[in-house]
Design a protein around this ligand. Structure first.
Ligand SMILES: O=C(O)C(=O)C[C@]1(C(=O)O)C=C[C@@H](O)C=C1
Length: 353
Protein backbone atom coordinates (compact mmCIF):
# COMPACT_ATOMS: atom_id res chain seq x y z
CA UNK A 1 0.00 0.00 0.00
CA UNK A 2 1.16 3.57 -0.61
CA UNK A 3 0.78 6.43 1.91
CA UNK A 4 -2.63 7.69 0.65
CA UNK A 5 -3.97 4.13 0.84
CA UNK A 6 -2.66 3.68 4.39
CA UNK A 7 -4.21 7.03 5.35
CA UNK A 8 -7.54 5.96 3.88
CA UNK A 9 -7.40 2.79 6.01
CA UNK A 10 -6.50 4.88 9.09
CA UNK A 11 -9.44 7.25 8.44
CA UNK A 12 -11.83 4.34 8.27
CA UNK A 13 -10.40 2.78 11.48
CA UNK A 14 -10.58 6.17 13.26
CA UNK A 15 -14.27 6.41 12.35
CA UNK A 16 -14.84 3.03 14.01
CA UNK A 17 -12.72 3.97 17.06
CA UNK A 18 -14.71 7.19 17.61
CA UNK A 19 -18.00 5.30 17.29
CA UNK A 20 -16.80 2.61 19.72
CA UNK A 21 -15.46 5.17 22.21
CA UNK A 22 -18.84 6.88 22.24
CA UNK A 23 -20.63 3.56 22.71
CA UNK A 24 -18.30 2.78 25.61
CA UNK A 25 -18.94 6.21 27.12
CA UNK A 26 -22.72 5.70 26.96
CA UNK A 27 -22.34 2.57 29.13
CA UNK A 28 -20.14 4.51 31.55
CA UNK A 29 -22.78 7.24 31.80
CA UNK A 30 -25.44 4.65 32.63
CA UNK A 31 -23.16 3.23 35.33
CA UNK A 32 -22.71 6.79 36.61
CA UNK A 33 -26.49 7.25 36.94
CA UNK A 34 -26.84 3.97 38.84
CA UNK A 35 -23.98 4.89 41.16
CA UNK A 36 -25.33 8.38 41.85
CA UNK A 37 -28.78 6.96 42.71
CA UNK A 38 -27.19 4.40 45.04
CA UNK A 39 -24.92 7.03 46.63
CA UNK A 40 -21.86 5.06 45.48
CA UNK A 41 -18.46 6.51 44.64
CA UNK A 42 -17.99 7.27 40.94
CA UNK A 43 -14.25 6.66 40.93
CA UNK A 44 -13.65 2.92 41.05
CA UNK A 45 -9.87 2.25 41.30
CA UNK A 46 -10.46 -1.52 41.58
CA UNK A 47 -12.36 -1.53 38.28
CA UNK A 48 -9.81 0.73 36.57
CA UNK A 49 -7.08 -1.68 37.53
CA UNK A 50 -9.10 -4.62 36.13
CA UNK A 51 -9.71 -2.71 32.86
CA UNK A 52 -6.00 -1.84 32.49
CA UNK A 53 -4.88 -5.40 33.25
CA UNK A 54 -7.38 -6.83 30.78
CA UNK A 55 -6.47 -4.53 27.88
CA UNK A 56 -2.76 -5.32 28.40
CA UNK A 57 -3.56 -9.04 28.22
CA UNK A 58 -5.55 -8.49 25.02
CA UNK A 59 -2.69 -6.55 23.46
CA UNK A 60 -0.41 -8.35 20.99
CA UNK A 61 1.38 -5.24 19.70
CA UNK A 62 2.94 -3.44 17.97
CA UNK A 63 1.47 -0.81 20.34
CA UNK A 64 3.22 -1.07 23.75
CA UNK A 65 1.30 -1.80 26.95
CA UNK A 66 2.61 1.49 28.35
CA UNK A 67 1.06 3.47 25.47
CA UNK A 68 -2.16 1.51 25.69
CA UNK A 69 -2.41 2.21 29.41
CA UNK A 70 -1.84 5.94 28.79
CA UNK A 71 -4.58 5.98 26.12
CA UNK A 72 -7.00 4.13 28.39
CA UNK A 73 -6.08 6.41 31.29
CA UNK A 74 -7.48 9.29 29.22
CA UNK A 75 -10.48 7.28 28.04
CA UNK A 76 -11.42 6.57 31.67
CA UNK A 77 -10.60 10.12 32.75
CA UNK A 78 -12.97 11.59 30.17
CA UNK A 79 -15.61 9.03 31.19
CA UNK A 80 -15.19 9.98 34.86
CA UNK A 81 -15.52 13.68 34.08
CA UNK A 82 -18.78 13.04 32.20
CA UNK A 83 -20.18 10.90 35.02
CA UNK A 84 -19.62 13.73 37.50
CA UNK A 85 -17.66 16.97 37.57
CA UNK A 86 -14.77 16.03 39.83
CA UNK A 87 -12.08 18.01 41.60
CA UNK A 88 -8.79 16.54 42.75
CA UNK A 89 -6.93 18.50 45.44
CA UNK A 90 -3.17 17.94 45.54
CA UNK A 91 -0.11 19.26 47.31
CA UNK A 92 0.91 22.16 45.06
CA UNK A 93 2.05 24.42 43.65
CA UNK A 94 1.12 23.51 40.09
CA UNK A 95 3.50 21.20 38.20
CA UNK A 96 4.99 19.48 41.27
CA UNK A 97 5.62 15.74 41.25
CA UNK A 98 2.39 15.37 43.29
CA UNK A 99 0.53 17.13 40.45
CA UNK A 100 2.24 14.80 37.97
CA UNK A 101 1.22 11.76 40.07
CA UNK A 102 -2.39 13.00 40.27
CA UNK A 103 -2.62 13.46 36.49
CA UNK A 104 -1.05 10.05 35.95
CA UNK A 105 -3.82 8.50 38.06
CA UNK A 106 -6.84 10.63 37.11
CA UNK A 107 -5.92 11.82 33.60
CA UNK A 108 -6.21 15.23 32.00
CA UNK A 109 -10.01 15.61 31.89
CA UNK A 110 -10.64 16.35 35.58
CA UNK A 111 -10.29 19.59 37.56
CA UNK A 112 -7.19 19.93 39.73
CA UNK A 113 -6.83 22.22 42.71
CA UNK A 114 -3.34 23.02 44.07
CA UNK A 115 -3.11 23.29 47.87
CA UNK A 116 -0.40 24.95 49.97
CA UNK A 117 -0.03 22.19 52.57
CA UNK A 118 -0.80 18.52 53.15
CA UNK A 119 -3.29 19.66 55.85
CA UNK A 120 -5.12 21.78 53.23
CA UNK A 121 -5.47 18.74 50.95
CA UNK A 122 -7.04 16.77 53.81
CA UNK A 123 -9.32 19.69 54.65
CA UNK A 124 -10.55 20.17 51.04
CA UNK A 125 -11.65 16.52 50.83
CA UNK A 126 -13.12 16.47 54.36
CA UNK A 127 -15.19 19.58 53.62
CA UNK A 128 -16.40 18.16 50.29
CA UNK A 129 -14.70 20.92 48.32
CA UNK A 130 -12.70 18.24 46.50
CA UNK A 131 -13.70 14.67 45.63
CA UNK A 132 -10.23 13.22 46.18
CA UNK A 133 -6.87 14.38 47.48
CA UNK A 134 -3.35 13.38 46.46
CA UNK A 135 -0.44 13.65 48.92
CA UNK A 136 3.10 12.22 49.01
CA UNK A 137 3.72 9.53 51.64
CA UNK A 138 7.26 8.23 51.08
CA UNK A 139 10.27 8.48 48.82
CA UNK A 140 12.51 5.49 48.20
CA UNK A 141 15.64 7.50 49.06
CA UNK A 142 14.39 10.18 51.47
CA UNK A 143 11.96 8.07 53.52
CA UNK A 144 8.53 8.86 54.90
CA UNK A 145 6.66 12.21 54.64
CA UNK A 146 5.93 12.76 58.32
CA UNK A 147 3.32 15.56 57.81
CA UNK A 148 1.15 13.12 55.89
CA UNK A 149 1.34 10.37 58.52
CA UNK A 150 0.54 12.87 61.28
CA UNK A 151 -2.60 14.03 59.48
CA UNK A 152 -4.21 10.60 59.80
CA UNK A 153 -4.32 10.89 63.60
CA UNK A 154 -7.30 13.26 63.55
CA UNK A 155 -8.73 12.56 60.10
CA UNK A 156 -11.47 10.12 59.09
CA UNK A 157 -10.49 10.15 55.43
CA UNK A 158 -9.65 6.84 53.79
CA UNK A 159 -6.75 5.87 51.58
CA UNK A 160 -8.51 4.70 48.39
CA UNK A 161 -5.55 4.18 46.06
CA UNK A 162 -1.80 4.64 45.79
CA UNK A 163 0.36 5.96 42.98
CA UNK A 164 4.01 5.01 42.63
CA UNK A 165 5.78 7.56 40.46
CA UNK A 166 9.38 7.04 39.30
CA UNK A 167 11.02 10.40 40.09
CA UNK A 168 12.94 11.55 37.04
CA UNK A 169 14.71 14.79 37.75
CA UNK A 170 15.68 16.99 34.82
CA UNK A 171 17.99 19.94 34.36
CA UNK A 172 15.70 22.59 32.88
CA UNK A 173 16.51 26.09 31.63
CA UNK A 174 16.01 28.67 28.92
CA UNK A 175 19.76 28.89 28.28
CA UNK A 176 22.52 26.45 27.28
CA UNK A 177 24.29 24.34 29.88
CA UNK A 178 27.59 26.34 29.51
CA UNK A 179 25.72 29.58 30.33
CA UNK A 180 24.29 28.39 33.66
CA UNK A 181 25.52 30.42 36.64
CA UNK A 182 22.71 29.70 39.16
CA UNK A 183 20.92 26.47 39.92
CA UNK A 184 17.57 26.48 41.74
CA UNK A 185 16.63 23.29 43.54
CA UNK A 186 14.53 21.88 46.35
CA UNK A 187 17.00 20.51 48.96
CA UNK A 188 15.65 16.94 48.58
CA UNK A 189 15.99 17.02 44.79
CA UNK A 190 19.50 18.39 45.13
CA UNK A 191 20.28 15.55 47.55
CA UNK A 192 19.05 13.09 44.93
CA UNK A 193 21.16 14.62 42.12
CA UNK A 194 24.28 15.56 44.10
CA UNK A 195 26.86 13.58 42.09
CA UNK A 196 25.47 14.77 38.75
CA UNK A 197 25.52 18.41 39.86
CA UNK A 198 29.05 18.15 41.28
CA UNK A 199 30.28 16.56 38.06
CA UNK A 200 28.47 18.70 35.49
CA UNK A 201 27.79 22.06 37.18
CA UNK A 202 30.60 22.33 39.76
CA UNK A 203 30.72 26.16 39.60
CA UNK A 204 27.00 26.98 39.66
CA UNK A 205 25.68 28.93 42.65
CA UNK A 206 23.05 26.75 44.29
CA UNK A 207 19.86 28.31 45.62
CA UNK A 208 17.41 26.21 47.61
CA UNK A 209 13.66 26.54 47.07
CA UNK A 210 10.47 25.18 48.66
CA UNK A 211 9.43 22.97 45.71
CA UNK A 212 10.51 21.74 42.28
CA UNK A 213 7.81 23.83 40.66
CA UNK A 214 9.15 27.00 42.39
CA UNK A 215 12.66 26.15 41.15
CA UNK A 216 11.32 26.00 37.58
CA UNK A 217 9.40 29.26 38.07
CA UNK A 218 12.58 31.09 39.22
CA UNK A 219 14.67 29.62 36.39
CA UNK A 220 12.05 30.75 33.87
CA UNK A 221 12.29 34.37 35.11
CA UNK A 222 16.05 34.73 35.38
CA UNK A 223 18.75 34.69 32.70
CA UNK A 224 21.69 32.27 33.07
CA UNK A 225 19.84 30.17 35.58
CA UNK A 226 18.54 26.61 35.59
CA UNK A 227 16.45 24.37 37.84
CA UNK A 228 16.22 20.77 38.90
CA UNK A 229 12.58 19.85 38.23
CA UNK A 230 10.24 17.34 36.64
CA UNK A 231 9.10 17.31 33.03
CA UNK A 232 5.65 18.70 33.92
CA UNK A 233 7.26 21.75 35.57
CA UNK A 234 9.47 22.27 32.49
CA UNK A 235 6.41 22.20 30.23
CA UNK A 236 4.36 24.40 32.56
CA UNK A 237 7.00 27.15 32.81
CA UNK A 238 8.18 26.95 29.18
CA UNK A 239 11.66 25.62 29.96
CA UNK A 240 13.76 23.29 27.85
CA UNK A 241 14.91 19.96 29.25
CA UNK A 242 18.70 20.12 28.88
CA UNK A 243 19.26 16.71 30.48
CA UNK A 244 16.81 14.17 31.87
CA UNK A 245 17.21 11.45 34.53
CA UNK A 246 19.97 13.30 36.39
CA UNK A 247 19.18 11.60 39.73
CA UNK A 248 22.08 9.61 41.19
CA UNK A 249 19.88 6.60 41.96
CA UNK A 250 17.86 5.45 38.96
CA UNK A 251 15.47 3.49 41.23
CA UNK A 252 14.23 6.74 42.84
CA UNK A 253 10.45 6.62 43.26
CA UNK A 254 7.82 8.36 45.39
CA UNK A 255 4.64 6.78 46.68
CA UNK A 256 1.56 9.01 46.80
CA UNK A 257 -1.80 8.33 48.44
CA UNK A 258 -5.22 9.09 47.04
CA UNK A 259 -7.54 10.19 49.85
CA UNK A 260 -11.30 9.80 49.69
CA UNK A 261 -14.33 9.50 51.89
CA UNK A 262 -15.25 5.85 51.17
CA UNK A 263 -13.17 2.65 51.12
CA UNK A 264 -12.34 0.79 47.91
CA UNK A 265 -13.70 -2.76 47.47
CA UNK A 266 -11.27 -5.75 47.29
CA UNK A 267 -9.42 -6.56 44.04
CA UNK A 268 -7.59 -9.70 45.18
CA UNK A 269 -4.25 -7.85 45.23
CA UNK A 270 -4.62 -5.19 47.90
CA UNK A 271 -2.77 -3.44 50.66
CA UNK A 272 -4.19 -2.30 54.01
CA UNK A 273 -2.83 0.59 56.09
CA UNK A 274 -3.47 0.50 59.82
CA UNK A 275 -2.63 2.96 62.59
CA UNK A 276 -2.31 1.78 66.21
CA UNK A 277 -1.18 2.87 69.65
CA UNK A 278 0.06 0.68 72.47
CA UNK A 279 0.54 0.80 76.22
CA UNK A 280 4.06 1.39 77.56
CA UNK A 281 4.73 -2.24 78.41
CA UNK A 282 7.58 -4.59 77.66
CA UNK A 283 6.71 -6.64 74.56
CA UNK A 284 3.54 -4.66 73.66
CA UNK A 285 4.62 -4.09 70.04
CA UNK A 286 5.83 -7.68 69.73
CA UNK A 287 2.48 -9.01 70.99
CA UNK A 288 0.49 -6.73 68.69
CA UNK A 289 2.49 -7.62 65.59
CA UNK A 290 2.12 -11.34 66.34
CA UNK A 291 -1.38 -10.99 64.79
CA UNK A 292 0.22 -10.52 61.34
CA UNK A 293 2.35 -13.62 61.80
CA UNK A 294 -0.54 -15.67 63.12
CA UNK A 295 -2.68 -14.94 60.07
CA UNK A 296 0.31 -15.17 57.68
CA UNK A 297 0.04 -11.58 56.50
CA UNK A 298 3.05 -10.02 54.86
CA UNK A 299 3.81 -6.70 56.57
CA UNK A 300 5.21 -4.28 54.00
CA UNK A 301 5.93 -1.30 56.23
CA UNK A 302 6.08 -0.06 59.82
CA UNK A 303 6.70 3.51 60.97
CA UNK A 304 6.42 5.11 64.38
CA UNK A 305 5.50 8.74 65.08
CA UNK A 306 5.30 10.68 68.36
CA UNK A 307 1.62 11.00 69.34
CA UNK A 308 2.06 14.75 70.15
CA UNK A 309 -0.49 14.21 72.93
CA UNK A 310 1.76 12.78 75.60
CA UNK A 311 5.58 12.73 75.76
CA UNK A 312 7.14 9.42 74.64
CA UNK A 313 3.83 8.04 73.45
CA UNK A 314 3.90 6.78 69.86
CA UNK A 315 1.57 5.82 67.04
CA UNK A 316 2.56 2.98 64.76
CA UNK A 317 1.63 2.90 61.09
CA UNK A 318 1.60 -0.60 59.67
CA UNK A 319 0.93 -1.73 56.08
CA UNK A 320 0.18 -5.34 55.21
CA UNK A 321 -0.87 -7.22 52.11
CA UNK A 322 -4.59 -7.99 51.76
CA UNK A 323 -7.91 -6.16 52.07
CA UNK A 324 -9.68 -5.45 55.36
CA UNK A 325 -12.61 -7.53 54.07
CA UNK A 326 -10.34 -10.57 53.47
CA UNK A 327 -10.89 -13.11 56.23
CA UNK A 328 -7.28 -13.24 57.43
CA UNK A 329 -6.92 -9.43 57.53
CA UNK A 330 -10.27 -9.05 59.30
CA UNK A 331 -9.20 -11.60 61.95
CA UNK A 332 -5.84 -9.91 62.42
CA UNK A 333 -7.61 -6.56 62.97
CA UNK A 334 -9.82 -8.13 65.70
CA UNK A 335 -6.66 -9.53 67.31
CA UNK A 336 -4.94 -6.11 67.11
CA UNK A 337 -7.96 -4.48 68.76
CA UNK A 338 -7.46 -6.80 71.75
CA UNK A 339 -3.75 -5.98 72.09
CA UNK A 340 -3.73 -2.23 71.31
CA UNK A 341 -5.17 0.86 73.00
CA UNK A 342 -6.36 2.17 69.68
CA UNK A 343 -6.63 0.76 66.14
CA UNK A 344 -7.75 2.65 63.03
CA UNK A 345 -7.88 1.17 59.51
CA UNK A 346 -6.74 3.97 57.21
CA UNK A 347 -7.80 2.12 54.09
CA UNK A 348 -7.52 -0.95 51.87
CA UNK A 349 -6.62 -0.24 48.27
CA UNK A 350 -5.14 -1.87 45.14
CA UNK A 351 -1.47 -2.75 45.65
CA UNK A 352 1.01 -1.81 42.93
CA UNK A 353 1.07 1.47 41.05
O1 LIG B 1 -16.96 0.64 35.85
C1 LIG B 1 -17.22 1.70 36.41
O2 LIG B 1 -17.53 1.75 37.62
C2 LIG B 1 -17.12 2.98 35.67
O3 LIG B 1 -17.51 4.01 36.18
C3 LIG B 1 -16.49 2.98 34.31
C4 LIG B 1 -15.02 3.35 34.34
C5 LIG B 1 -14.45 3.08 32.90
O4 LIG B 1 -14.32 4.02 32.14
O5 LIG B 1 -14.20 1.90 32.60
C6 LIG B 1 -14.89 4.80 34.66
C7 LIG B 1 -14.52 5.25 35.91
C8 LIG B 1 -14.23 4.35 37.02
O6 LIG B 1 -13.23 4.86 37.88
C9 LIG B 1 -13.94 2.98 36.58
C10 LIG B 1 -14.28 2.54 35.33
Amino acid sequence: MNIPEHRKAIDSLDAQIVKLLNERTKHVLEIGDIKLKAGEEIYAPHRERAVLERICKLNHGPITNESLRAIYREVMSSALSLEKSMTIAYLGPEATFTHQAAIRRFGASLKYSAQKTVADVFSEVTKNRADYGVVPIENSTEGVVTHTLDMFVDSDLKIVAQIVLPIQHCLVSTCKREQIKKLYSHPQSLGQCRIWVQTHLPNAEIIETSSNARSAEFAAKEKNSAAIAGSLAAEHYGLRILESDIQDNSANATRFLVLGRQCSPPTGKDRTSIMLSLSHEVGALYKALAAFRRFKLNMTKIESRPSKRKAWEYYFFVDCEGHKEDKRVAKAIVELQKECNFVKVLGSYPNGD
